[in-house]
Write a new protein. Structure first.
Length: 550
């Protein structure tokens, strides 16, 4: 994810799971009366019974409007109702005055005439607001037992060493992380594209500006992110809880480049604290029905980590002898464009001038991307930020379920490496957990073990200034062949970031390219936000030798 970083929101059925910190704010028990809720003209036979409000929907667009209530706009609320219906499957809550589609939350009704509970989350309520319930779209019989509104604070964990918060007004992403007792978060939340959050890519970028796509992010791939979109909208929460030291959140993410367009997928996250580390498991469940994007392999951020501007020293280990406490490398990058590198111990960290900060560890990813944007210094809401993402190249099908785990470690380089070394040999989830519905012919991604020499520093890592592109990559059994070429040779091969790294591995560091030229092959519509592909590459060494991939 580069520096990036309420309409009708359709919710699937969500069973109530009560967070331990929820507080009942308002409760209407309709077995005792209508309690200020009034029907419109599409509702008939409206009466109070021992089961609650009983009525018929006799025309389109039936609804009930409740009394005005004093809400606090800075709080997060969950609205739950108990209802039985034989009408249709569409239910919706409007909130605020006047009622408008951008201030609504939809839910799916089971119209089987049995009792069910439904729940939606709302935020941004004005001090004087009312609720409107649309129990269905068309005709049918409905009984409404009660409606309850709960205050739901952001989910928080504290183990005496670390303090962490998940932002329920931002998809439940990690918005705060600090040592216990500190009031300075190490996480940057300047915009919806920051935080520590899930972000995935699928397909080739396409131009959707006529549908409201941001011109800054056009063309763009299918890119759901956990917090929200570039226009400032936030991803709605479907479920959240804290149990036995684990926080859980489920959201319906938005497409980053679009204006309040929900992605056809769910994101889930389980978080727990372990000493000075945060262990996270993420899951993406796709249920896409689109045919806009081709099936391609793309880099996945696992996860995207944005830290405060005070943490401006990016450190990692890139040596040929990992797990031996060798010297670390500091990467000097002012992005974007970001730096790509191979972290042979599967970790990287961002530290302040005193050597204290945050590290990220994903044992299933040696490839990393990251850098620092802005001027050193700054806190959670400031523009300057550090960025790290462990990456893997994966194809996400329209029905893929993708899971992975990672750790955040708070402390010094010594603390980060001590933790990472203790995790050697542990198996972490990483990759698709279901067979894609479609099985396109796409060559598997090459994942060589690439170990730069100890003298290979950040200055030798290619800085990709061209817009990256989605790619089909060589099979694991193939070996890239590099042959001399003339500067005017017509491009006849495709190159990705792994090819660049493979080239660097095959040549001694004293022949490290002094220039990497990427020239487009006309696949402008195939640009991928994180990959280098559908490009041919000419590499020129210090001695003047030119090579291409063939």
């Amino acid at each position: 994810m580069f520096l990036r970083r309420i309409a009708v929101l359709l919710f699937p059925l969500t069973r109530l799971v009560q967070p331990v910190s929820a507080q009942e704010f308002q409760f209407w028990d309709f077995t005792t009366g209508a309690l200020g809720w009034n029907p419109n003209g599409s509702i008939s036979h409206f009466e109070v019974t021992e089961e609650g409000l009983d009525f018929d929907s006799v025309a389109e667009d039936p609804f009930l409007i409740g009394p005005t209530v004093f809400y606090t706009d800075s709080l997060f609320y969950r609205v739950t109702l108990r209802m039985k219906s034989n009408a249709d499957s569409q239910g919706k809550f409007f909130f605020g005055l006047p009622f408008a589609e951008e201030r609504s939350r939809s839910f799916e009704v089971i119209p089987d005439s049995d009792w069910h509970e439904y729940s939606v989350f709302v935020t941004g309520l004005s001090p004087q607001s009312a609720l409107r319930l649309d129990p269905c779209d068309f005709t049918g019989h409905v009984t409404l037992a009660w409606i309850r509104v709960d205050r739901v604070p952001n989910l928080a964990l504290d183990n005496g060493t670390l303090s962490l918060r998940l932002d329920l007004k931002g998809g439940g992403a990690i918005s705060y992380l600090s040592p216990s007792g500190s009031n300075r978060s190490l996480i940057n939340i300047h915009d919806r594209g920051r935080y520590v959050q899930q972000s995935y890519y699928a397909g080739r970028p396409i131009d959707r500006r006529d549908e409201g796509q941001s011109s800054t992010w056009s063309p763009w791939s299918w890119n759901p992110i956990q917090v929200g979109d570039t226009y400032g909208h936030v991803a709605p929460i479907l479920e959240s809880w804290v149990r036995d030291g684990t926080a859980y959140v489920k959201c319906r993410p938005l497409l980053w480049d679009m204006n309040n367009e929900m992605a056809e997928c769910h994101m889930e996250m389980w978080v727990r604290l372990e000493g000075r580390s945060v262990h996270v498991k993420n899951r993406l469940t796709c249920f896409r029905t689109d045919n806009r994007w081709a099936l391609t392999q793309n880099h996945q951020e696992l996860p995207a980590v944005y830290t405060i501007g005070n943490l401006h020293h990016l450190v990692t280990f890139m040596g040929t002898a990992p797990w031996n406490s060798g010297s670390v490398t500091e990467i000097d990058n002012q992005g974007p464009p970001w730096e790509y590198w191979v972290g042979t111990e599967q970790w990287a960290g961002l530290l302040d001038d005193q050597g204290f900060g945050v590290g990220v560890y994903n044992p299933n990813a040696e490839q990393f991307v990251g850098g620092f944007y802005g001027s050193p210094g700054g806190l959670a809401h400031d523009d300057s930020t550090g960025y790290i993402a462990p990456i893997r190249t994966e194809m996400l099908d329209k029905n893929t379920v993708y899971e992975y785990e990672y750790d955040l470690i708070v402390g010094t380089v010594h603390d980060i490496r001590e933790f990472v070394y203790s995790k050697q040999g542990e198996i972490y989830t990483g990759g698709p957990t279901s067979t894609p519905t479609h099985t396109p012919t796409i060559t598997p991604t090459i994942t060589p073990t690439i170990t730069p020499t100890p003298t290979f520093t950040a200055t030798h890592t290619p800085t990709f200034t061209n817009t990256p592109t989605a790619t089909e990559t060589p099979s694991p059994t193939s070996t890239p062949t590099w042959t001399p070429v003339s500067p005017n040779l017509v491009p006849d091969a495709r190159v990705d970031a792994l090819d660049v790294l493979e080239f660097l591995r095959r040549w001694r560091h004293d022949r490290t390219p002094s220039r990497v030229d990427l020239s487009g092959n006309g696949m402008v519509d195939g640009l991928d936000p994180l990959s280098i592909g559908n490009y041919w590459m000419q590499v020129t060494t210090p001695s003047g030798e030119a090579f291409k991939k063939g």
